[in-house]
Design a protein around this ligand. Structure first.
Ligand SMILES: NC(=O)c1ccc[n+]([C@@H]2O[C@H](COP(=O)([O-])OP(=O)(O)OC[C@H]3O[C@@H](n4cnc5c(N)ncnc54)[C@H](OP(=O)(O)O)[C@@H]3O)[C@@H](O)[C@H]2O)c1
Length: 325
């Protein structure tokens, strides 16, 4: 089935009995990841390495990490069963899965360095924010049109909670992506949290919601913690209660599968505290603020991504075509 044929509108259709509007939970992989090369030993790269190590046997048989500064990497990876590669080419050569975990602005130079050095059959998983799979494929010399490619590309957007294995991650297929690439990306990223598949054009929306999402909730937690102090609780008690309330509410929504509005109704008794607080929140426009914030972050992600778009135009307009008359 073609990539497009399985899509429903913009959102990828779920398999089986799942509703058409839901993103696909990617099928369980049948095998481990083999050798994984992580290019970029920063926050996200090392979060993935630690996640894979915590999953343990069966996740990856061998992990290689490359970074700009090898000595500090050595310190951060001390005592972990991970190999430090001398450079990016050395890292990708034996890898079944190559993770691109450098900053987007560094990525072109890294792609140029490893182009032609990946082993046939390898899967490339990029977590670089905003970089389209078409740019990755072209930079790596993968031509997915016509002959099937021997290297497949998947793009992912995790969030900062990957460092505690609680990321909400979306993945999207490149045109070169084969079932094995998608399976590997799911296995890799599920080591650090939840993984859902969406169509690539929704990656800016994902960035606006779950990529940037921890920030919204940090702010809400900060506000709740301050509020507890304002009404007389100690900072410690207030923060702990706020954190557990957030985690508990999220767990309840997930466990019941109910719409949050329905659960809100359940806790809102006539003349009680909840309806009084709700009135205050509605007057302040909390929900509208969240809608605005996610929309603004999505637009910003689109703006930042525009940087990559001219390189996607095919054919490139001639000098005269590009210039206004
Ligand atoms: N942080 C997040 O919450 C988040 C969420 C989603 C996606 N992402 C994406 O994840 C990627 C990594 O982000 P991060 O937060 O982990 O950044 P980071 O902590 O700065 O890590 C990037 C790493 O890449 C290394 N590096 C620089 N040049 C390199 C080269 N030529 N070859 C190999 N490694 C090189 C850097 O080394 P030096 O420090 O020595 O320069 C650094 O260790 C980014 O593309 C970002 O868009 C991040």
């Amino acid at each position: 089935m073609s990539r497009r044929a399985s899509s429903s509108g913009q959102q990828r259709r779920a398999h089986g009995a799942s509703p058409a509007h839901a993103p696909t939970r990617v099928a369980r992989p049948r095998s481990g990841l083999g050798t994984v090369a992580v290019l970029g030993g920063g926050n996200m790269g090392l979060a993935l390495v630690r996640g894979l190590l915590e999953v343990g046997e069966g996740a990856a048989t061998r992990i290689l990490v490359s970074s700009r500064e090898v000595s500090s990497l050595r310190e951060r990876l001390a005592h972990l069963p991970v190999e430090i590669a001398g450079n990016n080419r050395e890292a990708v050569a034996p890898a079944d899965v190559v993770v691109l975990a450098v900053k987007p602005q560094i990525l072109p130079q890294v792609l140029m360095e490893v182009r032609g050095h990946l082993r046939p059959g390898a899967s490339v998983v990029s977590i670089a924010a905003g970089v389209p799979t078409s740019v990755l494929e072209r930079s790596l010399g993968i031509e997915p049109e016509g002959v099937p490619s021997s290297i497949g590309v998947v793009r992912a957007m995790p969030n900062v909670a990957a460092s505690v294995r609680a990321s909400a991650t979306a993945i999207a297929r490149g045109r070169s992506c084969r079932p094995v690439d998608l399976e590997r990306a799911r296995r890799l990223l599920s080591a650090v949290g939840l993984v859902l598949e969406v169509d690539e054009e929704l990656m800016d929306a994902v960035t606006g919601l779950s990529g940037t999402g921890p920030l919204y909730l940090f702010l809400i937690l900060e506000g709740l913690s301050d509020a507890g102090v304002k009404v007389g609780l100690s900072r410690t008690v207030s923060s702990e209660l706020a954190i557990q309330t957030l985690v508990g509410a999220a767990q309840l929504v997930r466990a019941t599968g109910e719409h949050p509005a329905k659960l809100r109704d359940l806790v809102t008794s006539p003349g009680g505290t909840a309806i009084t607080a709700l009135h205050s929140l509605e007057r302040s426009g909390l929900k509208a603020m969240l809608l605005d914030a996610v929309e603004a972050a999505t637009k910003r992600s689109q703006e930042l991504g525009a940087h990559w778009r001219p390189r996607e135009r095919d054919p490139v307009p001639s000098d005269t075509e590009a210039r206004p008359a």
